[in-house]
Each structure stands twice: as C-alpha cells, then as structure tokens.
Design a protein around this ligand. Structure first.
Ligand code: ADP
Ligand code: MN
Ligand code: MN
Ligand code: MN
Length: 340
C-alpha cells in the first residue's frame, strides 16, 4: 500500500469562462489507481458559483486520470460536476458531448504569458517592444526573452510525462504569445487533455510569478498585435473513410446554418478577434476555402486531393473557448447531416 495524492480538478460555474479548480485527497492504493477505482468526491458549490449556500454540495465524478509527473504517487484526476441526485450539473459542458469513439479532435491552443500586467517581454514601464515580425517561431533573447522557453519546454515535458498527447509547441506572432497542439481520438479525449494542459501550465507558472492570459485579444483592437485562437481540427469516421464532395458541401451548409450557435460557444469577445484581418473571417460570416487562412473553415489541400476525405479546421474558436462546448457543438452540427 502507498499513499496516493489525488488532485481532483473541475470547471467552476463562472460565466462566460469557467475557472479550473483543484483539491487533493490522499488515499491508499497498491498501484497507480485506475479510473474505476477512484471514488466520487464533493465540494462546496456555493464557493464556485455552482450552488446556493443552503444546499451547497456538488459531486465530483472522475472521468480521466493522469500521473502527476511533479509528485511521488500523484494523480491528476479530471472530473465532471454532478448534482446530488447524480445528474449532470448545468455547468457540466462535458456531459453534453455526443459519444463517438471515432471522432478525432486536434486543438491548437494559443495564449499569452503575462508578468506584471503585460505580456512577457514587453517593457515594464509601458510601451511596446519592436513590432510583430520576428517573434513567430523565433529564437534569441530579443525575440523570446530569458524565461518563456523554460516555461514552455517544461510544460511540454510535464504534459508528455502525464500522458497528454501534445503534438507540438511554437512561439506565436506576438511577443509573449505561444501555442501548443493536442490531438485525441474519441469525442472527449482531446478536450479533457486541453483542460488538463491548461491546468498544468497555470500551476507551473505560479513559481515564475507569471500568469497565463487566455483572452482572445488581450492587447485590444486598437493596436497591431495578434489575438489568440484555438483552431479546432475535427474528423469523424465517415469524413475520413467515405466523405465526398456532396457530403462535404452538405456539411458546410449545416455549419453555415448553425453559424450563430457555433459562435455562441467559441469563446467570449470573439468579435474583437474575428474581424476579417489577421488571418480571420468576420464573426457574422461563414465561409470555407482550400488552404485559406482567412476562412471560417480551412480545408486542407490533402482533404481535396483525397477525394474530400479527411479532417477540417474550424478557425473560429478562440483561446478562451471551452473545448468541451466546441467539440459538443461541432458533433451536434455534423449529426444533422444525413449520411447515405
Ligand atoms: P496549422 O497551424 O497549420 O493549422 P497545426 O499543425 O498547428 O496546423 O495543427 C493541425 C492540427 O490538426 C493538429 O492538432 C492535428 O492533430 C490535427 N489533425 C490532424 N489530422 C487530424 C484528423 N484526421 N482529425 C482531426 N484532427 C486532425
Ligand atoms: Mn498551429
Ligand atoms: Mn497558431
Ligand atoms: Mn491552425
């Protein structure tokens, strides 16, 4: 028997963007616990905007478990929030995702590292560093400073050691802006891992006195500094194996029809980012285009070359979006399109 530190992690009830919360319980296990061995737990929902004070208990249901590489016998336990009667809490967006073990998602999470209220590497006393140009995938102190690289490389190692399926990282267009990509098979897998990777990044940054700014346009719209997105790449078994031009066009018609429903869950303040500039389409329009980074949905060259089979990239979701809600909406829209 050993004492395992189980860090239960969940999304709170804040709107429009939930915060990550976590607390730890210690339990005895012979070996690293399986998901089925992890007990339900509870918390005070009146402190997280998930319940009234009078009847404040909410339940935590473990749904994914990762080893915590920073601890001996530590586990990171992703949880759904449930009502006392066992039904999903209204804030539980994960519970709305259609079951589909053959749905694949790849999320490209962009974010800014912030220190003392400005992006890492911006002059402390106000003002701006040299304009955008060399920062994207850049190297050297003048481009990335002395701290960011240590943070993003450590974060990548932590995630890989936890079994999170990172596919890569890169410095982004603005100074202090970075991206990581996570891919997963199964309708909830990548979304679980994005939330866990966000948690690990926030927790790692504590010791550097650095915060993560997930806002989609943290520097505002008046200046020529990029915003942050979370491009969402998706495919179903049908899209990968059957596809075809007719099905693709029907799918895109459905995305057009439900464009407002999609934007509603693609992250707050997206009108600041989806302007038609900086490789985006306007928030009120839907379009798609082959290799078009100014489109709502980018169709990779490979998709067309393979007879309209493969994955598509929805470029509208932003960096503060909830990947559970995004995956849920995409699968809901796909489900409206009949397959022969
Ligand atoms: P870019 O920046 O050019 O848009 P990235 O390499 O950053 O491209 O991201 C592409 C994403 O597409 C990755 O997250 C990858 O995992 C994802 N992806 C690749 N193939 C599929 C697929 N069949 N279904 C869903 N997502 C996919
Ligand atoms: Mn990318
Ligand atoms: Mn990017
Ligand atoms: Mn992309």
């Amino acid at each position: 028997m050993a004492k395992y530190k189980l860090e239960y992690i969940w999304l709170d009830g804040y709107e429009p963007v939930p915060n990550l919360r976590g607390k730890t319980q210690v339990k005895d296990f012979d070996t690293f616990p399986t998901l089925a061995e992890l007990p339900m737990w509870g918390f005070d929902g009146s402190s997280t905007r998930q319940a009234e004070g009078k009847s404040s208990d909410c339940l935590l249901k473990p749904v994914a478990c990762y080893p915590d590489p920073t601890k001996t016998n530590g586990a990171l336990v992703m949880c759904e929030v449930m009502m006392p009667d066992g039904s999903p809490h209204p804030s539980n967006s994960r519970a709305t995702i259609l079951d589909d073990s053959d749905a694949w998602f790849g999320f490209e999470q962009e974010y800014f590292l912030y220190q003392d209220g400005v992006p890492l590497g911006f002059p402390a006393g106000g003002g701006f560093p040299p304009p955008q140009g060399e920062y994207y995938t850049g190297v050297g102190y003048k481009n990335v400073g002395d701290l960011a690289r240590e943070i993003v490389d450590t974060h990548l190692d932590l995630c890989l050691d936890a079994g999170i399926n990172h596919e890569g990282i890169n410095a982004e267009v603005a100074k202090g802006q970075w991206e990581f990509q996570i891919f997963g098979k199964g309708s909830r897998t990548a979304a679980d891992q994005v939330w866990m990777a966000r948690y690990l990044l926030l927790r790692l940054c504590e010791k550097y006195g650095v915060d993560v700014n997930w806002h989609c346009k943290p520097l505002g719209t008046e200046v020529d500094w990029n915003g942050s997105g979370m491009h969402s790449n998706f495919s179903t078994k049908y899209m990968r194996e059957v596809g075809g031009k007719d099905y693709f066009e029907a799918l895109m018609a459905a995305f057009d029809k439900y464009k407002n429903e999609h934007i509603a869950v693609y992250g707050p303040d997206n009108h600041m980012r989806l302007t038609g500039l900086h490789e985006t389409q306007s928030i009120d329009k839907f379009n798609y285009g082959v290799a078009n980074r100014g489109a709502s949905v980018r169709v990779p060259h490979s998709f067309v070359n393979n007879g309209y089979k493969g994955y598509l990239e929805d470029r509208r979701p932003n960096s503060q979006g909830d990947p559970y809600k995004i995956a849920s909406r995409i699968l809901q829209t796909i489900a409206t399109v009949p397959t022969p």
